[in-house]
Design a protein around this ligand. Sequence first.
Ligand code: CU
Length: 150
Amino acid sequence: MFLKSAVVAIGVIFAPFMAHACELHMKPDVEISNPYARSSGPKAKVGAAFFSITNHSEKDIRLLAARSDVAARTEIHSHKMTGDGIMQMFQLEEGILIPAGATHDLKRGGDHVMLMGLKESLGENANVAVTLVFEKAGEMVVDIPVDLSK
Ligand SMILES: [Cu+2]
């Protein structure tokens, strides 16, 4: 009887550590490089963030969503060419799949994180914290420098 409750107690003590170790283990599998954010000017109500995602794991991962406190809404977008030669943005409802071992670039004219309803302007040299939500691989906060020159 005593033994059983001791085992249970050990399980409770170790569970949070195990969860934490697992989370740490997942993070190095996803690498974010060359991040920057921009908007068209100080009065712009929308901005966008760009970066490259490298999946170092042996499983496909999916960037499902993004969040940021700087914007009322944060969405994952892409561009497509309409029939009359105009580039139009649309939301990637299913996010972005990054195959095992692959790098996916979010870039101007392509996929991007859209910051809609900016609460304040994206100031040069400021940082924007964006939380990236991955399917299975969990969440990751990225500090993205604002670069209006790009
Ligand atoms: Cu967009």
